[in-house]
Design a protein around this ligand. Structure first.
Ligand SMILES: Nc1ncnc2c1ncn2[C@@H]1O[C@H](COP(=O)(O)OP(=O)(O)O)[C@@H](O)[C@H]1O
Ligand SMILES: [Mg+2]
Length: 321
């Protein structure tokens, strides 16, 4: 659905996007993740057919973004970072104006506007001036605009930026409901968002792609250790016995006193799952376990690690590149 090859964009000598390549398959929801200034919006503007690149190639739904930008705009529902909403128009009026620009008309246009207003929850606001809407509702109107021509691909630039947690949850639920009908590329600098909504993550930093994988794989491949939290009963030096399990780097007994229960935190090698070994040991030693919880490294850990290594690409572990 999206094919980007060696794409570069320079603004007045400053390189915003630096020879990036990536693909998005039909039906995927891909998170485009990176800190402010990484090059996300620049890439999305190019892919939506609104700005030319300096060099490289990109196709969207089979159309070249440079030479077939009209077809590209018909295939893409683009929600820009700062939605250029006309503040002196009413919601429904604005959506009709936008739908006409995208080639819709008559009864089918009116029906479709009703559908997208319902989908994005702005039907009650349809007669309000956009200028009088809250940020959350403006974002929803921008999303309704992006959806109105039933595009195959949605390109959403920070769709939850500036929203409160309740509004963020609404947008997230909405994205989930769109998943079956649209391919989605959405940018964000919020890690939790991609962990919850995306099939795959493309991480960009200083104009370069730093990682491209599922959120789970990225977290798993990280060099950081996995933590295993345990609560069990037994006597003696349990920490030493737990530490002797292959794959356990370290076992600490946590402070606390809810006798006979004792809490431990194990630091485990990234590729190991020692839960079965812990169960076997407990059975052998007659310990009772009442809690065992594995804490995988989060995307945040990956992101911080990648950002710290950003100046020296050679240091980045090859498996995340
Ligand atoms: N219109 C522009 N003119 C000049 N520089 C720009 C322009 N837009 C973005 N930039 C610069 O390009 C880099 C990437 O910006 P952007 O694509 O907006 O990143 P992001 O969306 O990831 O925050 C930044 O250094 C930014 O300052
Ligand atoms: Mg941006």
């Amino acid at each position: 659905m999206i094919d980007v090859q060696d794409l570069t964009k320079q603004y007045a000598g400053r390189t915003a996007v630096n020879h990036i390549s990536f693909h998005v398959e039909p039906g995927e929801v891909v998170g485009f993740l990176g800190p402010n200034g990484a090059g996300k919006s620049t890439t999305m503007r190019i892919l939506s057919g609104y700005m030319p690149a300096t060099s490289g190639h990109a196709t969207v739904a089979g159309f070249d973004v440079f030479h077939q930008s009209i077809q590209v705009r018909q295939s893409v529902g683009y929600m820009p970072e700062m939605a250029p909403l006309y503040t002196d128009m009413k919601v429904k009026e604005y959506l009709a104006f936008r739908a006409q620009l995208k080639g819709l008309s008559g009864a089918s246009m009116r029906r479709r506007i009703g559908e997208v207003m319902d989908l994005t929850g702005v039907t009650d606001m349809r007669r309000r001036l956009i200028g009088n809407l809250s940020k959350g509702y403006r974002q929803r109107v921008a999303l309704a605009d992006a959806l109105v021509h039933k595009p195959k691909l949605l390109i959403l630039d920070e769709p939850t930026n500036g929203l409160d947690p309740v509004q963020i949850r609404h947008v997230r639920d909405l994205l989930r409901s769109l998943k079956s009908k649209h391919t989605v590329l959405l940018s964000t600098h919020i890690l939790q968002e991609v962990e919850q909504s995306c099939d795959r993550v493309v991480m960009i930093h200083q104009g370069r792609i730093r990682a491209n994988d599922t959120p789970q794989n990225l977290a798993r491949q990280l060099r950081s250790t996995t933590l295993l939290h345990l609560e069990l009963s037994g006597s003696g030096n349990l920490a030493a016995e737990l530490a002797a399990i292959p794959g356990v780097r370290k076992a600490n007994e946590d402070a606390g006193d809810s006798t006979p229960w004792r809490r431990f935190t194990l630091r485990v090698e990234p590729e190991h799952d020692v839960r079965d070994a812990v169960m076997d040991l407990a059975t052998k030693k007659n310990w009772r376990i009442r809690e065992m919880h594995r804490q995988l490294p989060t995307l945040e850990d990956v992101f911080v690690e990648l950002s710290m290594n950003a100046g020296t690409p050679g240091d980045i572990p090859t498996h995340v590149l």
